[in-house]
Design a protein around this ligand. Structure first.
Ligand SMILES: Nc1ncnc2c1ncn2[C@@H]1O[C@H](COP(=O)(O)OP(=O)(O)OP(=O)(O)O)[C@@H](O)[C@H]1O
Length: 273
């Protein structure tokens, strides 16, 4: 059973930092999680210059994300990545809160106060696998993910190869990650994140750099995961395969509902002059 959650009450703004930039995010009183499921989201606003008021990255938003597969679509710069990053604490809300939990019985974790536990619960896949593959070989990269859960070098190596095998990558265990194709690298990045069995997987445009065949392969893999998935994508076909879709525009969630209706809404919206 998936579960997770979301939420947000509190109104006091608190500034936060992202990648060295001053970022502000705000959430507003809202809802709680659904009956079961896994992730959650909140909102934000942002500014680049410390000391200035800054521009809104994501307006106060209240969401409860309990469906197994949730897609997020919208124009460049609309705030999708910020929404995704709020879910595992890569971006901290400046007001309100973002909470997640592993299942309906599990305790809520706050992305600001329970950072390490949240990051264990919520795996994050970036657009560019190069951003997360840090070890020389495929097996070493997966083993790095397992460093906290599997003690002993030999055991870790065996667990890493087993993980690679699950993703059809065991034949590449000792290959340099730099010699892998784009599709293999993205698959490896996902395998490394899933090695620790997070309850929730957030993927930010995981197919953007891939050709059609690899996009389909990664899309199929993501949509078939037992974990709760929150995927940001410009691939409307992939988005439509979710159970629920959010359309983000100009720092706001402007549509939230059936994926095909969301794609129609976004397509019409984008056609407007
Ligand atoms: N830390 C930050 N400081 C200042 N501005 C930021 C920060 N992070 C994001 N922004 C700005 O906020 C807006 C939304 O960014 P975000 O990355 O969430 O958009 P996006 O919808 O994911 O875009 P894309 O589809 O192009 O990846 C953009 O204008 C971006 O430049």
């Amino acid at each position: 059973m998936h579960d997770a959650a979301v939420v947000v009450p509190s109104a006091d703004a608190a500034s936060t930092r992202t990648g060295g930039d001053r970022t502000r995010a705000a959430t507003r009183p809202g809802t709680t999680a659904g009956p079961a499921a896994a992730a959650a989201a909140a909102a934000g606003a942002a500014s680049t210059d410390a000391g200035s008021e800054g521009a809104t990255i994501l307006s106060p938003t209240t969401l409860s994300l309990s469906e197994r597969r949730i897609s997020v679509i919208g124009a460049n710069g609309s705030g999708k990545s910020t929404l995704a990053r709020l879910l595992n604490g890569l971006v901290e809300p400046t007001a309100g809160s973002v909470r997640v939990r592993a299942d309906a019985e599990a305790p809520w974790l706050d992305t600001v106060h329970d950072g390490p536990a949240v990051r264990r619960l919520v795996g994050f896949v970036f657009t560019d696998p190069g951003a997360q593959l840090v070890m020389p070989t495929a097996a070493e990269d997966v083993a790095l993910s397992l460093r906290r859960t599997v003690k002993g070098k030999r055991e870790r190596r065996a667990a890493a190869v087993e993980t690679l095998d699950r993703f059809g990558l065991s034949h590449l265990a000792d290959r340099s990650v730099h010699t892998l194709s784009g599709g293999q690298r993205q698959l490896l990045a996902i395998a490394s994140v899933l090695a620790t069995d997070p309850a929730i997987l957030v993927a930010d445009e995981p197919t953007t750099l891939l050709d059609l065949r690899n996009s389909r392969m990664i899309g199929d893999l993501l949509m078939g995961l037992p974990q709760q998935l929150v995927v940001v994508t410009h691939d409307l076909g992939l988005a439509a395969r979710a159970d629920r879709t959010l359309v983000v525009d100009d720092a706001r969630v402007v549509f939230d509902g059936d994926p095909r209706d969301a794609v129609d809404f976004y397509t019409e919206m984008s056609a407007r002059p």
